[in-house]
Design a protein around this ligand. Structure first.
Ligand code: MG
Length: 417
């Protein structure tokens, strides 16, 4: 029996939080975490995304053992106070594990708020400023030719934006396969060579423009693998191909040098998916380090901090480009879209095509239509997970958890990623 937390003031009515627990499921292979918040009102249940793919068990334990007991007995409408209480109550501020747990609660409370109001969450945020959110999908291939063929296929499906990653020697570039054993004389013949990447990437986009023409919006993710000077060199080399954005050019640990990269880069920089502090994300915006802020909404604590960052982006002339699936659940993806359609700061939305098992677990998961994501008009997020389906896909530890092991140089040293 959980001990109730004393509410700091009487609720407007008798509605109370009666249960909070994490659900972990892996219908697409990657473990996603969602949080279920139950209330004293019959049938009034909220769902939020707490997905931190690489540390899902730690997030579930944080929800069940540390966060849930603080919420029982509280009125679900006090979202700001509840999230502030969870954020501050561990004394040490949260990293991505606690913030993901917090996000699950936060988004579940917004879902409940929408259901109580009989409104979709984007209406609670002030309503639409656009009909839908333009999305980009990921094109990849084992080499430049295959990657551009994949991009052409995506564009032929009606998309206007596409991220392109080509593989190559060693472990490829991020998001695309490599060629094992590409450096046979090296201590780690499967390694990834930065100089080869710097030579090949401009060739990739030269070929992409030759084949795809002038019109498509082309994006590329460096995945934090370059030094400041290398990032500037790559950005300049890519100038003729007019990228829509260049993503995460340098490691998180060097973010105070982003303004240098941004000043020298001819294209917009999109940065921030590894940031787990709303204050750090705010400094990216106010410090001139980014053109598009792409935080992982659950990693910074949910919709409540994300909407504050969204307002800051609008006031500072920065765009949004939220990090997205497959390591965000459909609930989290719906939260992204609620923000996208309700802010003038919207830049672009990363998209994903969910396979059938995900739709079985998350009925109502959003899918793009002609390159756009439309929010659900149902109350809350409009997605009610099916726990019996979720139980069919138990999580297993996954290579996805081992970024550093997968990203070594030919000499064996670990590259950031
Ligand atoms: Mg990325």
């Amino acid at each position: 029996m959980m001990q109730e937390t004393q509410a700091p003031w009487p609720g407007r009515d008798g509605t109370r939080i009666t249960g909070v627990r994490a659900v972990v499921t892996a219908p697409e292979g990657l473990p996603v975490v969602v949080v279920r918040v139950e209330t004293s009102e019959p049938g009034l249940i909220g769902w939020g995304c707490a997905t931190f793919t690489q540390r899902y068990a730690a997030v579930a334990a944080a929800v069940d053992q540390h966060v849930a007991p603080m919420l029982i007995g509280r009125h679900p409408a006090d979202i700001e106070d509840i999230t502030r209480m969870v954020h501050l109550s561990s004394y040490w501020r949260g990293g991505p594990v606690l913030n993901s747990a917090l996000s699950g609660v936060d988004q579940a409370l917004w879902d409940i708020a929408g259901k109580r109001a009989n409104m979709p969450v984007y209406e609670l945020l002030g309503g639409r400023v656009r009909a839908a959110a333009a999305v980009y999908l990921h094109a990849s291939g084992a080499n430049i030719t295959e990657a551009v063929e994949d991009a052409a296929r995506i564009l032929s499906d009606g998309y206007r934006h596409v991220r392109i990653q080509a593989g190559g020697p060693g472990l490829g570039t991020y998001g695309a396969p490599g060629t094992p054993g590409a450096y046979p004389g090296s201590p780690n013949p499967d390694g990834w060579d930065v100089q080869q990447y710097l030579r090949d990437t401009p060739k990739l986009f030269a070929h992409a423009r030759d084949v795809l023409g002038e019109e498509p919006n082309l994006l590329h993710d460096v995945h934090h693998r370059l030094t400041v000077k290398q990032a500037i060199g790559l950005a300049r080399a890519l100038e003729p191909y007019r990228l829509f954005f260049l993503e995460d050019p340098i490691p998180l640990e060097l973010y105070d040098r982003l303004p240098e990269v941004r000043a020298a880069a001819p294209m917009p920089l999109a940065v921030g998916e590894q940031v787990a502090s709303v204050a750090d994300a705010a400094r990216l915006v106010t410090g001139g380090g980014v053109d598009l802020l792409r935080v992982h909404v659950s990693a910074i604590g949910g919709l409540t901090p994300a909407r504050k960052l969204t307002a800051l982006c609008e006031l500072f002339g920065v765009g949004t480009a939220w990090h997205a699936p497959a390591d965000v659940s459909p609930i989290g993806a719906a939260a992204n879209v609620a923000l996208d359609v309700s802010t003038p700061a919207f830049g672009i939305q990363e998209g994903h095509l969910w396979p059938d098992p995900v739709h079985d677990v998350f009925p109502g998961a959003l899918m793009p239509v002609n390159g756009y994501l439309y929010p659900s008009d149902r109350p809350g997020w409009g997605i009610e997970p099916d726990e019996r389906e979720a139980a069919k896909y138990p999580p297993v530890t996954h290579l996805f958890e081992r970024w550093a092991v997968q990203n070594r140089r030919p000499d064996g040293g670990i590259e950031p990623a």
